[in-house]
Ligand binder design. Structure first.
Ligand SMILES: Cc1ncc(COP(=O)(O)O)c(C=O)c1O
Length: 436
């Protein structure tokens, strides 16, 4: 840690002081020989686990052939194969094309460029609590001020923000379904108050909020948003960087809503542990940027492509979509029980294996409780469980466990989380009995 502090700037955050020696499946061993269960998966990048043998072999086989070539100089098959695979997996029967880049933020940057090139319009509409990356354009798209945006201004313009379907903290103080989806209709209102629809290239949304706190909108939300977009010739971009690649029990979370986005961005677990990101979209939209208008030196590097193809195979062969649903069910059983016991738990939510609890000071005020959240994460770390928090208020414990975790390991991790809740927020007897 002393060397880290001397050599690396303060900016890159670390959730734990664990320095890894090796990792496998859902476990990490540190340099002191401590074993940790990993419920963070390198922030959702390890849906197929640490070093699955198939990914390991594919990387080794690629090492024997070539490393960097640059797809813009001498193309190679792996890049094309990943594009074909994503085109086939992404929802929508229409023809699709895929661009490969290095990071989630770079995927979002390119999605905005492509949407502007296709629509010949400048603006983007995004949501409260969204996180889309740390580059300048993606910071403009991102919502949370500290620590992401503050001090890094100015950001590119023509970005407008509307409320998300965050039912637990509804911007309109309404309750679903009586609300009649006021938040989705805020998009129509934005065309009067914020920006004319004919100036809008794209509406960009995370189908399930990631950094914003694992918020799952009601099932009618995206059909309503995408219908409004279609009416006005606006592209709908689903940012699946965190929610995609089997996390929610589908390849893409937007599939739960029966919506076919014009563009989908993916990254994180796509590379099976190596850096890779993608922009997949309608072929006519993707071809709107001219030759040389898209690309980058390392985008879709051969090792990452080999690793991604193997990881996508692992998802299929090991039935990780079903596994995600199973883990989500197990989590919600346990978490709903905790909800009865601990007043500090305000909300339990999730979609498949993308699940979370939101912590509050008390249930009536719903005042966020980041202090308890920090204590719980610290207890987990001290008891061998790596976790990460989320939420605009830093009051959400999110689960991004590798989907290859065994049932025993998952239960073991949930036991630690339960003990952390006991230690940080003693169970309320009256709640336990009244809800029993
Ligand atoms: C939904 C979403 N979009 C974009 C990003 C940015 O990805 P990256 O950190 O790879 O640039 C993230 C990262 O957490 C994300 O969760």
């Amino acid at each position: 840690m002393a060397r880290r502090e001397a050599a690396v700037p303060l900016g890159p955050y670390h959730a734990t002081p664990v320095f890894a020696a090796r990792s496998e499946g859902a476990t990490i061993e540190d340099v002191d020989g401590n074993r940790f269960l990993d419920f963070a998966g390198g922030i959702g990048c390890l849906n197929t686990g640490h070093r699955p043998p198939e990914v390991d072999s594919a990387i080794r086989a690629q090492l024997e052939k070539y490393l960097h070539l640059c797809f813009s100089v001498t193309p190679y098959e792996g890049y094309v194969a990943v594009a074909e695979k994503l085109n086939a997996l992404a929802p929508g029967k229409f023809a699709k094309k895929t661009l490969l880049v290095n990071s989630g933020a770079e995927a979002l940057e390119n999605a905005v460029k492509i949407a502007r090139a296709f629509t010949k319009r400048p603006a983007a509409i995004v949501f409260n609590d969204a996180f889309h990356g740390r580059t300048m354009m993606t910071l403009a798209l991102t919502s949370k001020t500290h620590p992401y945006k503050a001090g890094f201004e100015p950001f590119p313009g023509d970005v407008y923000r509307i409320p998300y379907a965050y039912c637990y903290r509804c911007s309109y103080n309404l309750t679903y379904p009586a609300c009649k989806l006021a938040c989705a209709h805020a998009l129509e209102d934005a065309f009067k108050r914020l920006v004319a629809p004919e100036s809008v290239a794209a509406v960009i949304a995370e189908p399930v909020l990631g950094e914003g706190g694992f918020v799952v909108p009601p099932k009618e939300f995206y059909p309503a948003i995408s219908e409004i977009c279609r009416k006005h010739g606006i592209l709908f971009i689903a940012d699946e960087v965190q929610s995609g690649i089997a996390r929610t029990g589908k390849y893409f979370a937007i599939e739960h809503y029966g919506v076919e986005p014009d563009i989908i961005t993916s990254a994180k677990s796509l590379g099976g542990g190596l850096p890779l990101a993608a922009v997949t979209g309608r072929a006519d939209v993707m071809d709107a940027a001219g030759v040389g208008g898209l690309g980058g030196t390392f985008g879709g590097n051969p090792l990452s492509c080999a690793s991604a193809l193997a990881a996508l195979d692992v998802i299929e062969k090991e039935g990780l979509l079903a596994r995600s649903v199973h883990l989500g069910r197990k989590f919600s059983e346990r978490a709903n029980f905790w909800h009865q016991q601990f007043a500090v738990i305000g909300d339990v939510r999730g979609l498949g294996g993308m699940c979370a609890i939101e912590l509050v000071q008390d249930r009536s005020s719903r005042q966020p409780n980041p202090e308890a959240t920090k204590k719980i994460a610290q207890y987990c770390y001290e008891h061998g469980l790596v976790t990460i928090t989320a939420g605009t208020y830093g009051n959400v414990m999110r689960i991004l466990v590798p989907l290859v975790v065994s049932d025993e390991q998952f239960e073991e991790g949930l036991d630690v989380l339960e003990a952390a809740l006991v230690s940080a927020a003693a169970p309320r007897k009256e709640l336990a009995t009244s809800n029993a």
